[in-house]
Design a protein around this ligand. Structure first.
Ligand code: PLP
Length: 488
């Protein structure tokens, strides 16, 4: 069994084995003509169920054959131009190369003595990101597993900074007075974080959005004004730079003003919109982000990086101390004096992947402008798609895209019952998924069911969009036709 360990004597096996795997994936990419096969849970589950994990095959080729059956054949392929559903991007090759290197070397980024150069590379990428954000001279941050964890950590820091007085009274009472403000279309991880952080059930105040799905600052100002008289402490405002559902960007400069006036921590959730940091054309859409106290970026969304790759950035490095614990075995306090850089001092995680390497390889091979170009392309495509939808009488489309999301609904002229239209749209999404021809997402707008394209693939064309709209209309019409038959 020792021949399976990756070391100096197994270089050949390593090369052969990984190459064989790469060949399978490459062949798959070359022959995939749909984003999905439409396989059902009932069809796939038994294939996986019947495999006896206690009876290994002892043969890589045989295992890859089996993997074809249980995974590769029916996976959802984000690189396909008709995958239009969630915030998943096709990945760039330099990042995949980074992934191969980082898992083979297997550095762990918690301490210097488990990573050496890896720690410095991660730190340099944090500095690079902070420079692009404009967070100032004492900014810092750390890579995380994703936007949800970045938001959690940012709100942890905000909570610690806001704990009123910190003296006298029960800490529990104090937590109960903390309030977090976020728009009604902010990411659900904000609420989840508040709960995990022990804030009260009604701690997250939902602020209404305007017609363009941007947080209404007048409503926010009103809520912030009410805080003190009502005995609450404004802990944080979460501005979203690229909402998950609409790609809308909250008015960051106005929110920054309000945060400054009311002493609230400004967190910008740019999990989606962060790609604009590399855009030569659209960077100004993030204006105001430089005033944030903390920022979430998901490189695995708009930087074309493989999952996971994310970071939380902070204006003031010293606030990261709220995540610091010293363990004698790992990162004893004396190491701080010895100036040994242990990233675990800043992180919620301990053992941690060297995900930063993927971004490093990407920047070194393609450069930031290269990423920006790709993201600009999908933002342009969204505008084209919006025009198609706006001109199409079969569809109702909401908000002109700020990033690369389109939200729309099939509205047949002959049907007036909105619940029936909901069902037709739901059916169309499901039927499309089952066909595997395209994958689209859905969401709710004003209590009604809408469909959603999240465009992150520069290979997707306006023709793809038009074709998928025809497919959706076809499925919806079929549903309505059958529905009529059922009624008569
Ligand atoms: C995707 C997303 C998140 C969550 O990020 P994960 O990487 O999926 O954990 C948070 N906020 C916004 C706005 C997002 O779009």
């Amino acid at each position: 069994m020792r021949s399976h360990l990756l070391n100096d004597t197994t270089a050949d096996r390593y090369r052969r084995s990984v190459t064989e795997g790469i060949e399978r994936v490459a062949a798959k990419l070359a022959t995939t003509n749909r984003p999905f096969t439409g396989v059902t849970v009932d069809a796939l589950a038994p294939r996986i169920e019947q495999i006896d994990l206690d009876r290994p095959l002892h043969d890589t080729t045989a295992v890859l054959d089996e993997l074809e059956e249980v995974y590769l054949r029916d996976a959802i392929y984000f690189h396909h131009p008709r995958y239009l559903a969630h915030l998943n991007c096709p990945v760039v090759i330099p990042a995949v190369l980074g992934e191969a290197v980082l898992s083979a070397v297997n550095s762990s980024l918690d301490t210097w003595d488990q990573s050496a150069g890896g720690t410095l590379i991660e730190r340099k990428l944090i500095d690079w990101t902070n420079k692009r954000l404009g967070l100032g001279p004492v900014a810092d941050g750390v890579f995380t597993s994703g936007g949800s964890q970045s938001n959690l950590q940012a709100l942890l820091l905000a909570r610690e900074e806001a704990k009123p007085g910190r003296a006298g009274g029960e800490p529990g009472d104090k937590l109960a007075t903390l309030r977090v403000f976020a728009s009604e279309v902010s990411h659900f991880s904000v609420r989840k974080s508040a709960e995990l952080l022990g804030l009260s059930a009604d701690s997250v105040v939902s602020i209404p959005v305007d017609h363009d799905k941007r947080l209404q600052t007048v409503a926010l100002a009103h809520e912030l004004e009410r805080c003190e008289p009502d005995g609450f402490v404004p802990m944080a405002v979460v501005a979203t730079a690229g909402t998950t559902d609409f790609g809308s960007i909250d008015p960051l400069p106005e929110i920054a003003e309000l945060c400054a006036r009311f002493g609230a921590w400004m967190h910008v959730d740019a999990a989606y919109g962060c790609g604009l940091l590399t855009s030569l054309k659209n960077r100004d859409r993030l204006a105001g982000i430089e005033r944030a106290d903390s920022v979430t970026v998901d490189y695995h969304k708009s930087f074309f990086q493989p999952v996971s790759s994310s970071a939380v950035l902070v204006r003031d490095a010293s606030t990261l101390r709220h995540a610091t614990y010293h363990a004698e075995y790992l990162n004893p306090r004396r190491m701080v004096q010895e100036r040994i850089p242990n990233q675990v001092d800043k992180s919620l995680q301990t053992t941690r992947r060297f995900d930063a390497l993927k971004l490093w390889m990407t920047l070194r091979v393609m450069g930031a402008d290269g990423i920006g170009e790709l993201f600009d392309e999908v933002c342009d495509l969204a505008v084209e798609g919006w025009k198609l939808l706006a001109a199409d009488p079969r569809y109702d489309v909401v908000v002109v895209p700020s990033l690369s999301t389109l939200v729309f609904r099939y509205i047949p002229a002959a049907v007036t019952d909105p619940a029936e239209i909901d069902r037709a749209n739901l059916y169309a999404r499901k039927a499309l998924f089952a066909s595997g021809d395209a994958v689209v997402a859905g969401t709710e707008v004003g209590g009604r069911h809408y469909l959603k394209f999240t465009l992150l693939n520069p290979e997707t064309t306006a023709e793809d969009i038009a074709a998928v709209l025809d497919l959706i209309a076809g499925h919806a019409e079929q549903y309505l036709g059958e529905s009529l038959d059922r009624a008569s």
